[in-house]
Ligand binder design. Structure first.
Ligand code: SAH
Length: 396
């Protein structure tokens, strides 16, 4: 059994924990420098009353996560197994689907353990460790997962500072090694996935419902511009939905080969699509100069991006990004605006839209709103965990 440390926390954090807030914010503690990653804390209010047990795992503003409010519950393999089994049960529909074979099995604090993410890719599991602290429970968590599922192989992603130690690693943990690309399905289409090649595996699973909507409702007979396109997942769905042409723009050189591959594994003629390696902000200028316009423009930028010429922060610059897009969107066209920035909510995101259309002298209506899909379970008391915001905006 892990050693447990009694620790008194400030009243503010005590109140939060009582409500069920899962994160242990740094400023709820008198002193955090000597807290060791992976330690189990018995959290008590200033009067000494027990509030919960958590673990130390530093991530941004948090120094760790609440695990249980039960003083008698021991943090051991059985504890992790209980949590993982409950999460798996809630994903029954995904496990039983033949149309979709890639989904999130365990979503951190939403499933009761902050800092731990487990994704499923057609028989393979990928565990993402968000701190050294959660990584210190690796043996228990692996044992718990293996007791809950059968699998082909397990991979891992260390999303904390490993100080360069693991650079040569292919992230394989146990079972059988995969052959990559691994072809997984999403709503009947294919994705080529690489579990052995860095943090990003080829697709962001949180946009599944958005991709489906683009394919099923918004693509037939349309020209589609997909900016910040990465491996072109939105373009694949648009093309499969009958888009006359898709244009994918990303500045990463690898995006050309990766996007070509995603079209090919779906039997879509790549020759009919444009895949452009270019800075999106240069592309907007180019498109304006050439008087190009599109029926559908998809915007899915990272929260922060720094290229040679531009810095983009979604909290500061989204309005301008929208204005650039509005300028090349056909009358009655659709802008799919997405952000994964957790520092602002839907209300503020909508205010960017309002401002951008006002300043462009165009009217609009919002046709669809999306947040995270059901497998990305969130905690109602940790709103930063519910980061995804997507709007389908009809530009008049
Ligand atoms: N929309 C994608 C995910 C985007 S990930 C999807 O659905 O899968 C963010 C991408 O933005 C990365 O591929 C990165 O290379 C690209 N990127 C960042 N800054 C950029 C810029 N200024 N111009 C073009 N692409 C950029």
């Amino acid at each position: 059994m892990q050693k447990e440390i009694d620790i008194k926390i400030k009243d503010t954090l005590a109140l939060d924990l009582q409500k069920g807030v899962p994160i242990l914010l740094k400023d709820g503690f008198q002193e955090t420098d000597n807290l060791e990653e992976g330690s189990i804390l018995k959290l008590k209010n200033p009067a000494g009353k027990f509030l919960g047990k958590g673990y130390v795992g530093k991530q941004n503003k948090g120094i760790g996560w609440l695990l249980t409010k039960n003083e008698n519950e021991i943090i051991d393999t059985a504890f992790f197994q209980k949590k993982i089994a409950a999460a798996i049960k809630q994903r029954d529909d995904f496990y039983n689907s033949s149309e979709t074979t890639a989904f999130r099995v365990f979503n951190g604090e939403g499933d009761g353990i902050g800092g731990l993410i487990i994704d499923y890719f057609d028989g393979f599991y990928v565990i993402s460790w968000y701190s050294e602290g959660i990584y210190s429970f690796k043996e228990m968590i692996l044992e718990a997962l293996e007791a809950s599922v059968s699998y082909k192989g397990i991979y891992e992603k260390k999303r904390f500072d490993t100080k360069g130690q693991y650079l040569e690693d292919d992230d394989f943990v146990k079972g059988q090694r995969g052959e990559f690309p691994l072809i997984v399905k999403e709503n009947g289409l294919n994705f080529a996935i690489y579990l052995n090649d860095g943090a990003m595996v080829g697709v962001f699973l949180d946009q599944r419902d958005v991709r489906k909507k683009i394919r099923d409702v918004y693509s037939k007979g349309k020209t589609v511009l997909n900016t910040f396109s990465y491996t072109g997942a939105f373009s694949v769905f648009a093309a499969a939905g009958g888009a006359t042409k898709t244009t994918s723009v990303d500045l990463a050189k690898r995006s050309l080969g990766k996007t070509t591959e995603q079209f090919e594994v779906n039997g879509i003629d790549v020759e009919k699509q444009d895949i452009i390696v270019m800075d999106v902000f240069d592309y907007f200028k180019y498109a304006k100069r050439k008087e190009l316009s599109f029926d559908v423009v998809i915007l899915d930028p990272p929260s922060f991006a720094r290229s040679k010429k531009y810095t983009f922060s979604s909290a500061k610059d989204y309005t301008n990004l929208l204005k650039d897009s509005i300028a090349i969107t056909e009358k009655s066209g659709i802008i799919v605006a997405s952000t994964n920035n957790a520092t602002f909510g839907m209300k503020k995101f909508k205010s960017f839209v309002e401002k951008a259309f006002k300043e462009s002298n165009r009217k609009y209506i919002i046709e669809e709103e999306f947040s995270l899909p059901s497998d990305f379970k969130t905690s109602p008391l940790f709103k930063e965990g519910n980061y995804l915001k997507v709007l389908f905006i009809r530009a008049k």
